[in-house]
Write a protein that binds this ligand. Sequence first.
Ligand SMILES: Cc1cc2nc3c(=O)[nH]c(=O)nc-3n(C[C@H](O)[C@H](O)[C@H](O)COP(=O)(O)O)c2cc1C
Length: 206
Amino acid sequence: MAPSPVIYIVYYSTYGHIYTMAKAVQKGLESQGVDVKIFQIAETLPEEVLTKMYAPPKQDVPIITADDLKNADGILWGIPTRFGTMPAQIKTFLDSTGSLWQSGALAGKFTGIFFSTAAQHGGQETTAFTTITYFAHHGMVYVPLGFANPHMFDNSEVIGGSPYGAGTIANGDGSRQPSEKELSIAETQGENFAKTVKTFVAGKSA
Ligand SMILES: Cc1cc2nc3c(=O)[nH]c(=O)nc-3n(C[C@H](O)[C@H](O)[C@H](O)COP(=O)(O)O)c2cc1C
């Protein structure tokens, strides 16, 4: 029997939207019978600044180390936009993966992204797009979402996401929570990602 693939969800979230999306992605992954572990990326801002930003306490989720990444067959990253791209917290973490790049430890692993922006036009494509350089340099296999969920064609309401991954729109004051349709898209991304990684892991053990 083929071994069950191990998939990590690695996220950073200041206000919790990305965490909610991560749980939907997790549901989709688990529906395909893969082993899922969820990690968060370490905060880099001082407590004093977080208080001024009205950031709530972090979730009770383990903090990822660069070396942890070696143990996954696939990694899905949850990214809240900053100026149309990833936040410094995620960049700091990714910049700490130099030795993994040097040894090729992540080469051939599957990867994908989901994201959150305050505004509909604040980076639902650029956030993912500007992250892909990291995956290319590591030799990782980026799995896009495409238009895999019918809600992606629905223009009757604001719906986050793009062919690069699932997404949510948080509003400037964070008042909007991921909608049912956005969570459904996130679940689809998890399902499809698991199916792709399963094929790979089965092939490796054949
Ligand atoms: C410094 C800063 C820059 C931001 N830049 C953008 C941006 O370029 N576009 C956008 O739509 N939202 C932007 N936002 C809003 C965040 O993307 C939003 O708070 C986040 O997606 C919510 O996710 P979270 O609850 O998981 O933290 C920014 C927020 C901060 C604090």
